[in-house]
Design a protein around this ligand. Structure first.
Ligand code: DSN
Length: 421
């Protein structure tokens, strides 16, 4: 794929250079942003294919344009595969992103001004679950729940209390920075008690759910949304799963409600990634992601760090760096100079603003895709500890960056095919 860019190099050397430099960055650095991953060449090829040329507004068999017979097959395959993967009755693979998927769900059953109850962004939630700066907080009356101060796990007393007090029309479960298992049946019990819809956004953990390493919300939720590019390891995009009775409303909210023509090259790439996720090796890959995150957690604890919620059940850990005398921003910057990419992240009850923060979020999906296992996590935790204990030592950080680059050179990034890690 990368060798086939000679036309781009000739016609637009500036953009070619951007891609080459980014490719080198991805190769040379340890990618530990919990929401990122590397797709297979098969996914990349479908995503970069001539399907990008095709307009196909509508759904398979009922399009508003001619010539859709082949892209219909791609979308039908994506739908049947994703329904099989999650055991869902209904699916929509057209959302351009996770936020578009969430928007379509809201619009399918809510009216402007209705109350929604979601996890506080500052406690690990997501912008599109009701943050005041997002459409979800502007069009709806958003109330929030968080985590217990002591355990830093979801405070179900607060969820129920807020539900009884505010009578939301919809409860939203799911998070973008939460390391523990989410108990969807408890959310469902509360939603039933107040007659609210339950939407679960599984963007971060959809890969784990697909293989049974995290409980599935499919049996208990009205709506499930996800991105396709995180643990699920597909192209950048979104999807919706739901009970069959909501299908008509959801289809019409995606198109013509909030989107026009679907991205058929992305939908084809989603189909490829769902096929990869149905293979037995995907379960081994997901198990390795979790094992790697657990090893990283143990190593950080041994080095004396405090972890939010004490550890992890998933693909990520949240490290409280404040006790080391650092802000999240300083930690992110020091690690970056050492060749390790993470993001600063608020921790529950953070005293610092989101631009500074007291924590970093560290994930293992991308490293696991490169074939790294527990023994590599021990080495990586040591690299990180060295950088975090000397964040102003320019020489040390440069030395670490060289070591990280050499370390990375032993792990493929653009493999022909991803087997189990
Ligand atoms: N930006 C994503 C993340 O990093 O978790 C969520 O949308």
């Amino acid at each position: 794929m990368m060798d086939q860019m000679d036309d781009l190099a000739r016609i637009d050397p500036a953009i070619y250079a951007v891609i080459e430099r980014e490719r080198q960055r991805q190769l040379d650095k340890l990618e530990m942003i919990a929401s990122e991953n590397f797709v297979s060449n098969a996914v990349l090829q479908a995503q970069g294919s001539i399907l990008t040329h095709k307009y196909a507004e509508g759904y398979p068999g009922r399009r508003f344009y001619g010539g859709c017979e082949y892209v219909d097959t791609a979308e039908t395959l994506a739908l049947s595969r994703v329904k099989e993967l999650f055991g869902a009755a209904y699916a929509n693979v057209q959302p351009h992103s996770g936020t578009q998927a969430n928007m379509a769900v809201y619009f399918s059953v809510l009216k402007y001004g209705d109350t929604i109850l979601g996890m506080d962004l500052a406690h690990g939630g997501h912008l599109s679950h009701g943050a005041s700066v997002n459409f979800s907080g502007r069009l709806f009356k958003a109330v929030t729940y968080g985590v217990y101060r002591q355990t830093e796990e979801v405070n179900f007393d607060a969820v129920r209390e807020a539900a009884l007090k505010h009578r939301p029309k919809m409860i939203i479960a799911g998070a973008s920075a939460y390391p523990r298992t989410l108990d969807f049946s408890r959310f469902a019990d509360i939603a039933r008690e107040v007659e609210a819809y339950l939407m679960v956004d599984i963007a971060h953990i959809s890969g784990l759910i697909a293989v049974g390493l995290h409980p599935s919300p499919v049996p208990v939720a009205d709506f499930i949304t996800s991105t396709t590019h995180k643990t699920l390891r597909g192209p950048r995009g979104g999807l919706i799963l739901a009970q069959a009775k909501y299908g008509k409303a959801l289809d019409s909210q995606i198109f013509p409600g909030i989107q026009g023509g679907p991205l058929m090259h992305i939908i084809a790439a989603k189909a490829v990634s769902f096929q990869e996720a149905l293979a037995p090796s995907f379960k081994r890959y997901q198990a390795q992601i979790v094992a790697n995150a657990r090893t990283l957690a143990q190593e950080f604890l041994q080095h004396g760090y405090r972890l939010v919620a004490g550890g992890t059940d998933t693909h990520l850990i949240l490290v409280d760096v404040s006790a080391m005398g650092l802000t999240g921003r300083q930690a992110e910057e020091a690690l970056d100079r050492a060749g390790i990419t993470v993001n600063k992240n608020s921790i529950p009850f953070d005293q610092r603003p989101p631009t500074i923060t007291s924590g970093i979020r560290v994930g293992t999906p991308a490293l696991t895709t490169r074939g790294m296992k527990e023994k590599e996590m021990v080495i990586i935790a040591d690299f990180m500890h060295q950088a975090l204990t000397a964040p102003s030592d320019t020489d040390l950080l440069a030395k670490l960056q060289a070591q990280v680059k050499d370390f990375c050179s032993h792990y493929p990034l653009f493999a022909e095919e991803w087997s189990a890690a």
